[in-house]
Design a binder for this molecule. Structure first.
Ligand code: GAP
Length: 494
């Protein structure tokens, strides 16, 4: 990361903490690595993002319905899905610093350094060798590669490494009140399996016909070896996943459809096209016949925010095998020969986006520093340029002064609008400071009540991005705010 970008990211992280968006978890005990809490404005912003995703999936697609499955699932679920045996990361410890690393991350960071030094060919060769060794599970040779390239620990500076071992990322706990009877269960590492095991129940009860989708938002847990970049890689996070069940043989067409829909969605949220890119996977997971990441240009580089995967019939077939319950769907529609498609296990195309990564992308995209004013009056201004439909607070209402009936008038406007929008009333400090505070949390409108309001029932409305002020009748506020903060502004760009 270049120094400027590093500084920018640091500023965004401290902004998030200082203005009530994201706090380190249990901070009074010095925090818990890779776990974070969302503060008052962060919780609103994250909820707005989740609501928007949910509404786009379930309202804008008549063939997608929702689900809210439990975090705990029968332990066989994770045997069937392959997570017990192969949801691993290769880890390595430095004997001097006692620090643990993901072996692949160490090598990738090294390759990045080579590239920065203009040794792109060498970087490529190292990465190819690493991928081949990972694929073949040759962990001894992976260690040899690290030693041969003299990759050292960033803390101790030595190459005194342990063996490379596989580390399963699932958290486990025990269910049952009597120790002897307790059995081991897992905290789900992805929400998708809750959808797979409910596939037939949803299909039957919601009377869905293939192709159809099931959408879900929920917590997932991974014991990440290295937690990096704030809320980018967490141990407890939230996923928004949609499994789309299709006829075998049509999966590539649906894979391309959902890829395009999801890229459009991110753009409609205000992410510039140049800051998004698609990264097709070269190495496919055992269950996939196509996969790609949608990446966003964070200050620390292009990184994945969402995965689109064509998962074939792998998951449903594995659950069929382990549960001994048929997962077939009878398709009555007629094919080109005029015969019913008949009985089959559907193929699945998945869209999977992390709510926390989406939040981080939104925050990075919104954080704006600019110089305003002229000459001596010039000053730096920081604000969050959030889409009004996503902003945690839609409007703030201020009486100009705390006397002469202005607070009462402002309060009556607040009481009139509070049921329609998340708004706040503020009367402390100068009006300039109150504007600045709202800019910092991304409030799109500030409404000031002054002496003229008492005479003619008009207020000034100040727009966050332009700082322009306009006089409007109180009776026009609901429409003025409502028009701008409506999610339909996003939906119509989809
Ligand atoms: N069901 C497929 C699946 O889980 P994934 O690529 O492992 O695929 C999907 O995860 C998305 O979940 C990622 O694109 C990312 O947004 C989010 N995600 C994964 N691990 C995460 C972590 N440790 N912290 C935050 N978000 C994470």
């Amino acid at each position: 990361m270049a120094t400027d970008d590093k500084d920018l990211f640091k500023k965004i992280v401290s902004h998030a903490k200082e203005y009530g968006f994201v706090f380190p978890s249990s901070e009074i005990y010095d925090g818990l690595q890779a776990v974070y809490d969302y503060g008052p404005y962060g919780a609103e912003l994250k909820k707005n993002l989740k609501d928007l995703w949910w509404q786009s999936m379930t309202r804008l697609n008549e063939n997608v319905v929702g689900l809210d499955a439990a975090i705990f699932m029968h332990p066989l679920t994770w045997k069937a899905s392959g997570h017990v045996d192969s949801f691993n990361d290769p880890m390595i410890d430095n004997k001097d610093s006692k620090k643990r690393y993901r072996a692949d991350n160490l090598i990738e960071d090294y390759a990045q350094r080579l590239e920065a030094e203009g040794k792109a060919d060498q970087a490529k060769a190292v990465l190819t060798e690493m991928n081949q060794l990972l694929e073949a599970e040759k962990l001894g040779e992976l260690r040899e590669l690290i030693v041969r390239e003299n990759i050292t620990c960033p803390i101790s500076g030595t190459a005194n490494w342990t063996e490379v071992r596989q580390f399963n990322l699932m958290f486990s706990t025990e269910v049952g009140s009597v120790a002897e009877d307790a059995s081991k269960i897992y905290l789900r590492p992805e929400t998708a399996q809750g959808i797979f095991v409910n596939f037939l129940s949803v299909q039957k009860t919601a009377r869905m016909k293939v192709p159809f989708g099931i959408a879900q938002i929920g917590k997932a847990f991974r014991n990440e070896i290295v937690a990096r970049q704030f809320i980018f890689r967490m141990r407890e996070f939230e996923q928004m996943e949609m499994q789309f069940f299709v006829r075998p043989g049509t999966e590539m067409q649906w894979y391309e459809h959902w890829r395009d829909v999801r890229v459009r969605w991110h753009k409609a949220l205000g992410i510039p096209a140049d800051n998004l890119r698609i990264h097709p996977h070269e190495k496919l997971a055992h269950y996939a016949n196509a996969a790609l990441d949608i990446e966003f240009k964070f200050p620390f580089g292009f990184k994945e925010i969402e995965g689109i995967h064509s998962r074939t019939d792998y998951d449903l077939k594995r659950h069929q095998e382990f549960s001994k319950k048929k997962q077939n769907y009878f398709d009555n529609d007629l094919n080109e020969e005029g015969k019913p498609y008949g009985n089959y296990v559907p193929y699945v195309v998945e869209t999977s986006v992390g709510a926390d990564r989406l939040f981080l992308m939104t925050l990075c995209n919104a954080y704006t520093e600019e110089t305003v004013g002229e000459g001596d009056q010039q000053k730096e201004r920081i604000y969050l340029k959030l889409h009004p439909a996503l902003a945690p607070v839609k409007a703030a209402i201020f009486p100009l002064v705390k006397k002469d009936g202005l607070p009462e008038k402002a309060m009556s406007i607040f009481n009139d609008l509070r049921y329609d929008f998340n708004i706040i009333y503020e009367e402390q400090q100068t009006i300039g400071k109150r504007y600045t505070r709202q800019d910092l949390i991304g409030t799109p409108f500030c409404i000031a009540v002054d002496y003229e309001t008492l005479e003619n029932d008009t207020v000034t409305i100040r727009y966050r991005d332009t700082m322009e002020q306009k006089r409007v009748p109180i009776s026009a506020l609901r429409e003025e705010i409502g028009r701008e903060v409506s999610v339909s502004n996003i939906f119509k760009n989809l």
